[in-house]
Design a protein around this ligand. Structure first.
Ligand code: T6T
Length: 325
């Protein structure tokens, strides 16, 4: 009896202290490391992550670098690992350069899920190679996004003429795949389009704008540009405007910051391919939670796109996909 009473006291003390009865009741801390902090895409992803965290009583730690660069992202990741969060969601800024730094997290027993971008081949948990250790990859289908961009740009320019891709830099899974999808679609189905050499802008919209003008100076018959991410598209569009070529050099934009609405309405941008970053953040957190509470999770989750143009930009069901600032 004494033993049983002591056990009872222990149990009630435990209950009073509010200790978790099971893993579901634990307050998890989930780190979200974006590609960079000052990008409407990742700001919107954070909102989705916070919404999911609220639903499950978790805490999000949002910590990132001010630019999209492995050199600045790796120290941030090291600091995050040192704090031992329950899980890490990360948009790796380079397919190869983030493998070893992320391995440190996995070796420390912290589950890793990549959001938006991937490491290695992006096919995880297969036992192949040394970069398949993340539990899941949650993102847009970026090859498909590039194909959609190619079809839209080809149509806008009447299926003929010179175009080019304004891109960030090689080694980023998302933007590499968008370019791949774009070129594949052009080569397969749009024989009248000539794709010029890609211009890499290091995620600098000003650089992308000057590059547009330089490409136009070399090719006065340039008819279109595909901006493969937010800053590439913004810069490309600004370059077209500065060159006085609005409506003549057609712009297809990846991503949908608030400024895209004005650009679509003014005819500077033909179409924007909005990703669903909030969805990526939401399902990133939910996947981490499922794993942390003993459930299995899919190794890949594909999120959607909403294509925004003049015909639907005022529709609230479309406008809700414009990113948050
Ligand atoms: O396009 C997004 C993201 O998907 C990509 O990986 C990097 O650039 C953005 O964050 C937009 O700036």
């Amino acid at each position: 009896f004494v033993k049983a009473a002591a056990a009872l006291t222990l149990v009630s003390a435990f209950a009073l202290a509010g200790a978790p009865a099971n893993a579901q009741d634990k307050k998890f801390t989930i780190a979200l490391v974006p590609g960079l902090t000052t990008d409407a895409f990742y700001i919107t992803m954070r909102k989705g992550a916070e919404a999911a965290a609220k639903a499950i009583g978790a805490e999000i730690v949002f910590q990132g670098a001010p630019d999209f660069n492995p050199v600045t992202q790796v120290p941030v990741l090291d600091a995050v690992i040192a704090k031992k969060p329950d899980a890490i969601l990360i948009a790796p800024t380079d397919k190869d350069q983030l493998v070893q730094p992320l391995k440190k997290a996995a070796d420390a027993g912290i589950p890793v899920i990549t959001v938006d971008t991937f490491i290695g081949s992006g096919v995880y948990q297969t036992g192949a190679g040394d970069s398949d250790f993340p539990l899941a990859y949650i993102a847009s289908d970026n090859i498909l996004g590039g194909e959609i961009a190619a079809r839209a740009l080809a149509k806008a320019v009447g299926e003929k003429g010179k175009v080019y891709v304004s891109n960030v830099k090689p080694g980023i899974s998302t933007t590499d795949q968008r370019e791949e999808g774009f070129k594949k679609e052009m080569a397969a189905n749009h024989p009248g389009i000539q794709v010029l050499e890609t211009q890499y802008n290091d995620n600098d919209a000003n650089k992308a704008a000057s590059q547009l003008q330089a490409v136009f100076a070399r090719n006065p018959d340039l008819v279109g540009v595909f901006g493969a991410n937010l800053f590439s598209a913004l810069g490309g569009a600004n370059g077209v405007q500065q060159a006085g070529e609005t409506g003549k050099i057609r712009v297809v934009a990846f991503d949908a910051p608030t400024s895209i609405v004005d650009n679509i309405n003014s005819g500077l941008v033909d179409l924007a391919i909005a990703q669903h970053p909030a969805e990526i953040g939401y399902f990133g957190v939910m996947s981490a939670y499922a794993h942390l509470t003993g459930n299995s999770i899919p190794t890949s989750i594909g999120t959607g796109f909403t294509v925004i143009d003049k015909t639907n930009v005022t529709d609230p069901n479309v406008a809700k996909y414009i990113y948050s600032d």
